[in-house]
Structure formats: C-alpha cells, structure tokens
Design a protein around this ligand. Structure first.
Ligand code: CP
Ligand code: NVA
Length: 305
C-alpha cells in the first residue's frame, strides 16, 4: 500500500490492517498511552474545497502521532495559479513525507501519486471519499461486530460517498442497496467495478430508484447532502428532485429494529434527514465523525515511512 487514492486499490488484508491499527491507536489515545510513531514527519494538507472534519482530524492526527501538518489552501499555493500537478508533486516530495489532498478531479490526486515520490491520501474528490468510507465501515464494525452479511442502504445522491461506500461494501462482503433519483445515478464505471469486486467477496449489490425498497431490512442506513461541494448552483433544482429521498422515521421503520443511522456530515437537517432521525437513538454520527481521527492515524502510520 503506497497511497490511498480509492478503496478500489486496497486488498481486504490492507483494509483489515487499517482497522486493527485504528482500533489499537484509538485505545492508546483513550488511555493516554503515547503513540508518537511518526515523530519528525510532516504531512502537507492541500485543500481546494472547505472542510471541518478532514482538516481538523488529519492535523490533530499527525500531531498526536508526533508529526506535524502543514495546511495548504490551494488558493495560497501556486497550484491555484496554474502550477502543474506534476511540478507540485515533485517539489513537495523534496520537503515533506506525505500529502493529503481534497480537490475536485480524481485525476489530480492520481497525478500527485504518479509524479511524486511520497504517499498521497485522497481527502475527497468529486468521485471518491475513501477516508470517510473506510471510517464508516470501521464504525459499523465497532457497532455490529462482523461486516460480512450485514446490509447497508444509501439513500440520495449518486455522489462521491455513494461511490466510495459501494466499493467499500463490495470489498468487505457487505450487502449494499443504493437508491438515487433517475437523474442522479452513480457513475456507471464505479458500479461495474463494484460488481466485479462483489463476485469475489459475495456482497449483494442493488442499484435502485425506490428509496423504500433500498432501506428495507437494512442494518445500516446512510445518506448524504443532496448538493455536494461544487453542486451549490443546483441546490434548488436538487431539492425538488430529492424530495422523496429523505431519511425520516417512516423510512427508518422499514430498516431492521437495531439499524444504525450514519451520515458523513455536514448534514442539512430537514432535507436529506429529519432532525428526529439524525439526533435520535439510532444515529451514530458523532462516533462516526470521531473515528475519522483514528482511522486516518492508522492510514498515515501505514503509509508514511
Ligand atoms: N465528512 C467530511 O469529510 O467532512 P468535512 O467536509 O468537514 O471534512
Ligand atoms: N458529498 C459531500 C461530502 C462532504 C464530506 C460533498 O462532496 O460535499
């Protein structure tokens, strides 16, 4: 494992290794046991989009591991003025030990990995959000035990989260039903890749239009905002298109009684999820948000040498 560009590139062994190290680091942090395994290491954190969780959990995480994070807004570095991805990758590789990048194009993340000589971590693109999807499965594992045989449903936009959860569930053998409006389906290539992965893992994949059909019998119910970063201009149009894709009490009643509700956050209460559900007993959103820290510390510890 040299980079984390998408969950597609990880083997099941690598995913399990991330999860067990994350659990170990979480326990050490809770007990106040020092775990400065990246002493003297530096992580560059390039952001071309906003962030609360990713920014703070990576920066706090590298600090807790004994290293240091450098926040690089893409508006402040020359990348934002047209310096190439390849030159940026080559230059930064001379200074620091790893890069986390949040940006629009997946190809930019791949370009950094291609031209740089240090590990690259995808902190969200329009196509994928691997750190979040891995954290989500780690959280499900904590709450439910084994992942194989469980059913996740995802209701809403066929966006970066939907793509990443589909691939991640397929990898670990978890069943997943995704429901999106007709005009907001997932990327066809991602569905095709997930189906191939699922043939090996035994994961059952359903790609649907009907949200209630998807949610039926789920152990985990997930959703995400209707308009992702970059889609803000379409927010009003999307509110109409997604009106039947709200996770509310009626929808949750179709899931298993002990189902948990997850959301990567930030959430728009009253749109993709009601206040009753997101702030209710089945919601695990803050444990999920916390786990970004532990899972990403494991990812950094594995990648950065
Ligand atoms: N879930 C997530 O990535 O949140 P931020 O946009 O706040 O980083
Ligand atoms: N789909 C959302 C996820 C935010 C963490 C977005 O891309 O804005």
């Amino acid at each position: 494992m040299k980079n984390l560009l998408t969950v597609k590139d990880l083997s099941l062994n690598e995913i399990n290794k991330i999860f067990s190290l994350a659990a170990e680091l979480k326990e050490k942090q809770k007990k106040g046991i020092s775990h400065k395994i990246l002493e003297g290491k530096t992580l560059g954190m390039i952001f071309a989009k906003s962030s609360t969780r990713t920014r703070v959990s990576f920066e706090a995480g590298i600090y807790q591991l004994g290293g240091q994070g450098i926040f690089l807004s893409s508006n402040d570095i020359q990348l934002g003025r047209g310096e190439s991805i390849s030159d940026t990758a080559k230059v930064l590789s001379r200074y620091i030990d790893g890069i986390m990048i949040r940006t629009f194009e997946q190809s930019d993340v791949e370009g950094l990995a291609q031209y740089g000589s240090i590990p690259i971590i995808n902190g969200l693109t329009d196509l994928y959000h691997p750190c979040q999807a891995l954290t989500d499965l780690f959280t499900v594992k904590e709450k439910k035990g084994e992942l194989k045989g469980l059913k996740m449903s995802y209701i809403g936009d066929g966006n970066n989260m939907a793509n990443s959860l589909l691939i991640a569930c397929a990898k670990v053998g978890m069943d997943i039903s995704i429901a999106t409006p007709e005009d907001y389906k997932l990327n066809d290539k991602v569905i095709e890749a997930a189906r191939i992965i699922a043939q090996n893992s035994g994961s059952q994949i359903q790609v649907l239009i009907d949200p209630l059909e998807a949610i039926k019998g789920s152990d985990v119910v997930c959703t995400d905002v209707w308009a992702s970063m970059g889609d803000e201009d379409e927010a009003e149009e999307r509110k109409n298109a997604f009106v039947n894709y709200q996770v509310n009490n009626e929808a949750m009643a179709l899931a298993n009684d002990d189902a948990i509700f997850m959301h990567c956050l930030p959430a728009h209460r009253g749109e993709e999820v009601t206040t009753g559900v997101i702030d209710g007993d089945q919601s695990v959103i803050f444990d999920q948000a916390e786990n970004r820290l532990h899972v990403q510390k494991a990812i950094m510890a594995i990648l950065i040498k």
